[in-house]
Ligand binder design. Structure first.
Ligand code: GDP
Ligand code: MG
Length: 463
């Protein structure tokens, strides 16, 4: 998926925020630098990337979080909001009588997108007519005609128009194309609701192309002017968008080939130049590979907002657990370690959800380090231990020494496990208790223990 790299970097930046103890100027600067780097690597326009990160920095440093919102959450929200802003205000394409003109360089996907748009309108019950106004490539006429047949819409083109035209003969080409458009509109208007005009491109921006667009524009008097851009376009996206915008006043951007592996940031930058939102995205070569674009949803997906939200919530819970952790730790330092303490310790670890998920959320602690099977094993064991302990009496939890054969039998029956599993728990407890006893007299180990309660490092102790 395109923009995967950008998504990955931004996600790890947000994780940094979510895991931060506190938000301060140093952290904000670091985050802003991270985001800048991520945007530039994804080919987002340099000026745009700088403007965007400057706004994020200003807001993160000056805005107070609204009541009830943690500052971490607030900063994540600022990053999200500013990224959504860059993509422009979403706008629905009205379902009414209209003429749409497609512009863009050669090979960006204009003709293909004409077919996709036609299908979009047809599905909504509107009658569509496609107009072949690319007078440079005979293949373009055939391509659009085929698409019209496939979609089942009207079509107007004049194959004879290609005779004697050349890309350099811009004035002639422009006039010929404008003539076709005028005749097409006259012919299609009575029987269609939406007229979509396909135009020619060039390998690169040149005066002839712009002249030609202006001629077609004057003939078509389009309501919508869509700039079609390949997701692969890099830093040239800005100047390209500007030139087309100057010629026809772009009203929407369509980004194609988002199913590919391009960086995509360049094409997204076109939005800030034209101030016209991304309306649709192309995600394949077929007429159905077309999606309405929703900036908020797109950014949420890109950032993995679901994950980030969960992480923020978990982080909050852990903070709440800190007091409990401290009490447990104090108990242990005093040389006492009961099954109750052990259960608390385990709950703190498993309270954050499946261990693998918890570790996934912490940068640098992915599954890569701890084999999945081992992780699941630990998780299962914790669950089982909890069940066994729920069948114990308060006395047994506080004085595990009293648990002998007959009690083991009762507990195993009560919790529905095998007696050897109860013994395993007791053995595990005994090992932990000895470790804890050693810890209580070792300052360095004590510090490590305190750290253990702060999160996933505790796994070392549990295994
Ligand atoms: P035009 O020169 O701007 O009219 O571009 P075309 O519509 O002829 O498209 C150029 C090439 O890009 C064709 O091979 C299309 O099949 C392909 N293409 C267009 N849109 C998409 C898309 O969203 N995804 C993919 N994978 N290919 C696309
Ligand atoms: Mg074409």
């Amino acid at each position: 998926m395109v923009l995967e790299g950008l998504g990955d970097s931004l996600r790890s930046t947000l994780k940094k925020i979510a895991n931060a103890r506190a938000i301060d100027a140093t952290l904000v600067k670091e985050i802003v630098r991270d985001i800048q780097r991520a945007l530039l690597q994804a080919d987002v326009n340099v000026k745009l990337a700088l403007q965007l990160t400057k706004r994020i920095e200003e807001r993160a440093l000056t805005e107070k979080p609204p009541a009830g919102m943690a500052s971490r959450e607030h900063v994540v929200r600022i990053v999200y909001e500013e990224l959504v802003n860059v993509l422009g205000k979403p706008r629905d394409l009205p379902l009414k009588h209209q003429t749409i003109m497609m512009v863009g360089l050669y090979g960006q996907g204009k003709t293909t997108t004409c077919g996709k748009l036609a299908k979009h309108f047809q599905k909504k019950g509107l009658r569509v007519g496609l107009v072949a106004a690319d007078v440079h490539r005979p293949a373009a006429y055939e391509q659009l005609k085929t698409l019209a047949e496939q979609v089942g819409c009207h079509f107007h083109g004049e194959p004879s128009a290609y005779k004697g035209q050349s890309a350099t003969d811009a004035q002639v080409a422009g006039r010929v194309a404008a003539g076709i458009v005028a005749r097409a509109i006259a012919a299609l208007k009575p029987k269609t609701d939406v007229i979509i005009v396909d135009t020619a491109g060039r390998d690169k921006l040149e005066a002839g192309l712009i002249e030609e667009m202006k001629e077609i524009f004057a003939a078509a008097k389009p309501d919508e002017k869509f700039l079609v851009m390949d997701a692969q376009v890099g830093q040239q996206a800005g100047p390209q968008a500007q030139a087309f915008h100057d010629a026809v006043q772009v009203t929407g951007v369509i980004i194609t080939k988002l199913d590919g592996t391009a960086k995509g940031g360049g094409a997204l930058s076109a939005v800030s130049v034209t101030k016209a939102p991304v309306m649709f995205i192309g995600v394949g070569e077929k007429v159905d590979d077309f999606e309405k674009f929703d900036p908020a949803r797109f950014i949420s997906r890109l950032l993995g907002m679901g994950d980030i939200q969960t992480l923020l919530e978990k982080a909050q819970e852990v903070v709440g657990d800190e007091e409990k952790a401290e009490a447990t730790a104090k108990n242990i330092m005093s040389g006492r370690f009961t099954l109750l303490d052990m259960r608390d310790q385990m709950e703190m670890l498993s309270g954050m959800g499946p261990l693998s998920k918890v570790l996934d959320m912490i940068p640098g602690m992915g599954r890569a380090k701890i084999p999945k099977a081992q992780m699941e094993e630990t998780q299962k064991k914790l669950e089982k231990f909890k069940i066994i302990m729920s069948s114990m009496t308060r006395e047994e939890m506080e004085e595990p020494g009293v648990i002998k054969a007959s009690r083991i039998k009762r507990i195993s029956l009560g919790s529905g496990v095998d007696p050897h599993e109860v013994k395993e728990l007791l053995k595990y407890y005994e090992t932990s208790r000895k470790t804890m006893k050693g810890l209580a007299s070792n300052k360095k180990m004590q510090r490590r223990l305190m750290k253990q309660f702060e999160g996933a490092e505790g796994l070392e102790g549990i295994r």
